[in-house]
Structures are given as C-alpha cells and as structure tokens.
Write a protein that binds this ligand. Structure first.
Ligand SMILES: *Cc1c(COP(=O)(O)O)cnc(C)c1O
Length: 405
C-alpha cells in the first residue's frame, strides 16, 4: 500500500521468493538490512526520522514519497509486521494497533458516522459488546444483533442506515462458526462493509477476504504472539478503507509500539508450526472430553458433532486451539473443576503455549444477567479451554483429574 506502512517485498535482502507459500512469507518478509548486514531484523526504537533537506521534508509530508516520518504513522518494525499480515490475509493494506481492542475501536470509529447502524453477531468479544452498547450510542451509532445460529435473520435487521456487518468466527467463548461466504454475499448485496474479527483462526487457518470480507481484524495478543508476552492488534483489507483507518489513527494515536511489533513479527515466523500442534492437541482434547460422563455439549469446529462442522471444514484449514464444553452441575461444578486443575493455568488470556482454562459465567461474564449470558451462548457450566503446547498426555491427565475430583 503506497504511502502507508509499506516496504519492498518480492526481492528482500537479495533473497527472491514466491509470494504463494504461507511459511515462506512468514519467515522471509523482512525490513531491509541496514549497513551492518544483520541477519535477524533489529529493533528500531526511534520516534522520528531525519530528512535530507527542506524539499525532502515537504515531499515526505505531502506523501509524495513513501518513507517513515514519525513512529505514530509508521516504523520499520511495525511495517514489517503489517506487511506479513497483509500478505497472509491476501489484503491490500493494513495498520497495526497497540491492542486488539484499539484495532476494533479505531476501525469502526474511522468508518462510521453519527446515525450509522451496525449489524453484528450477538456472540462477540465482551469489550466489543461494551463498545456497541455503552460508547457508540454516545455518538448516535446503533446496532442490532443476530443469533449466530440464525444468520438468515440478518436481512430483516438491515436498515437504510446500516453500514457495517460485523462478526467473529469462531466466536469467543462459545466456538460457534459463522458462514463467511453467506456473510460476504449479504454484505455485497446490501452494500455493507463486512468486518471479520479473525482472532481465533489466525491468518493461517482462515482468510475471510476470500469469502468477501472487506476488512479483517486480529488481536495479535493471542495466537499471533502465541506466548502470552505482548499486546497488539492489526486491521487489514481494502485499500480505500485502510486509508481512512490510517488517517484516523495517524491523528488519534493508537499505534503499535515498535518493540511489540518486533516481537509479533518474529512470532509470525513460527505461526504455521505452532498452529499445527495447537490444533492437533485441541482436537485430541475435544475428542477426549466427548467420551466423559461429566461433560456435555463439547464444541470444537472440527468435531463432527459441531453444529456447523461442514461450514468450519469449508472455510478453515484446521479447527483452532479453543475447545468449549459444559460441565454438568452448573456454576459450582465449573468452579470446582477450575480449582482442581494442577497443570493448566487459571488465566483470562488465550492462544498461549500454556493451556488456559476459564469459566466465563463466574469470571469474564459474571456481570451479565443470566438471560444476557444465555443470549451470548454462555451457560453456567460453560468452560473454555485454550489448548497449549504441553505434551497432550499431560494436558488430558490434568483435565481428567480435575473432572473426577
Ligand atoms: C482478545 C480479543 C480481542 C481484544 O484483543 P486485545 O488485544 O485484548 O485488546 C478482540 N476480539 C477477540 C475475539 C478476542 O479474543
């Protein structure tokens, strides 16, 4: 993308490579080497950049030149990270943010005007729901929710002022699947901007742009970092929309720090290898949980019993690392199970090397009323497991012990 966080690509540091294979893109997309000929990309901790003369400065600010001016606008580390995600998602451009929520907020704030309306799946990340219900009404931006299991209701919710169709797939924490092709068709017919939060899938498992998404958002904090270290977010997609998002963000300042971008770009080098094992372990955990008497409604996109199994197979390479299930006995049984865990972490993050177990009804969603919780697909006994990279036998042993006690 011209003038944005762009860097040279096809021929990088003397290494020519194909732009087709995910693994090679992940490893070989790099910023240009400095005069020190370093092999691994250095950390560019600089807030600003210098100019040759006044003409250079004028032309740079006029965006006649593609170059770095100030790290709120662009930085070599941030550009490298964005460029990788752009290629991995098959997008035209992108911009990186300090957190996933900064990406969600800035993307919508840049594109929506007072009076606009959003149609969204009801099962969305808690803070995104907070944005729609607590803050957007202040700017006269309204929303309507549809049930993830009834996407046929979407058409009836669309009004003349509807501008955005927003969804996650798989959803957090229920691991429901939305048919991206169907959403793409609806968005095209009704001239809506389709925005997909692709956090649970990562660009390795699913590319929503192929199915008609205009923009794809990631919380890079999760599987993209993959090791529970830094926060980050990114939005990629259509060039004209990214331009609006870039200009908004350049002024409002939600930019990703170069240090976090450096970490995240290095993490992307191993994303395919990590995801293969995460997904293999998660499928085994799901299959194991299905055999137990203490559990019900085990949900994992690549389990045949998942209500949207066929759709998941159509749009995802593998099923992801999150498994949801219900523990018989409601809130108390859920809490006891969490207390009995000895290896798995009790934490609110996900997409870490370490397996993390959460009980939404008593934690992240405890402020909602029971009916609000059920509307969001969260029953009292729902447990979410972000399956990590420990040995599968150890993960299963811990879950088994905690459920039996
Ligand atoms: C975590 C998460 C976010 C927010 O990301 P942060 O980096 O924590 O701000 C947004 N969407 C989904 C689906 C998430 O899981």
């Amino acid at each position: 993308m011209e003038n944005l966080q762009a860097i040279g690509t096809e021929q990088i540091n003397g290494n020519a490579y194909s732009q087709e294979n995910f693994e090679t893109i992940a490893v070989r997309t790099q910023s240009e080497r400095t005069q020190f000929q370093e092999h691994s990309v250095p950390l560019f901790l600089t807030s600003s950049y210098v100019f040759e003369d006044s003409e250079d400065m004028r032309a740079s600010f006029a965006e006649e030149k593609e170059r770095n001016i100030y790290s709120r606008f662009s930085n070599p580390n941030t550009s490298e990270f964005v460029e990788k995600i752009v290629k991995m998602e098959g997008a035209e451009g992108g911009y990186a943010f300090a957190t996933g929520m900064a990406a969600v907020f800035s993307t919508l704030a840049a594109l929506l005007n007072s009076g606009d309306h959003i149609v969204a799946a009801r099962s969305i990340f808690g803070s995104t729901h907070g944005l729609f219900t607590k803050y957007f009404p202040k700017w006269n931006i309204s929303h309507s929710y549809f049930d993830v299991n009834q996407p046929e209701d979407i058409k009836a919710l669309i009004k003349p002022e509807t501008k955005v169709l927003f969804a996650e797939s798989p959803t957090n924490p229920g691991v429901d699947i939305l048919d991206l092709e169907l959403l793409g068709d609806i968005a095209r017919k009704h001239d809506l901007i389709l925005i997909i939060d692709n956090c649970f899938a990562t660009p390795y498992l699913q590319n929503p742009i192929k199915f008609g998404a205009d923009l794809v958002i990631h919380s890079a904090t999760k599987l993209i970092d993959g090791q529970g270290r830094v926060l980050g977010g990114v939005t990629v997609g259509r060039e004209d929309l990214i331009r609006e998002i870039y200009l908004f963000s350049r002024n409002t300042g939600p930019a990703l720090s170069p240090f976090n971008a450096w970490i995240l770009s290095k993490s992307l080098e191993t994303l395919p290898v990590r995801l293969e094992r995460h997904c293999e372990n998660a499928l085994k955990v799901a299959e194991f949980l299905e055999t137990l008497d203490e559990t019900e409604n085990v949900k994992y996109p690549f389990l045949r019993t998942h209500p949207q199994y066929e759709i998941a197979k159509k749009q995802m390479k593998l099923g992801g690392n999150v498994v949801a299930f219900e523990i018989k006995g409601g809130i108390e049984a859920g809490r006891r199970f969490i207390d009995n865990l000895q290896l798995c972490s009790r934490s609110a993050n996900l997409g870490d090397t370490r397996t993390i177990v959460t009980h939404p009804a008593s934690t992240t969603h405890s402020k909602l009323s029971e009916s609000e919780r059920l509307d969001a697909g969260i029953s009292d006994g729902l447990v979410r497991i972000s399956v990590g990279l420990e040995h599968i036998d150890d993960i299963i042993k811990d879950l088994k012990n905690a459920l039996n006690n």
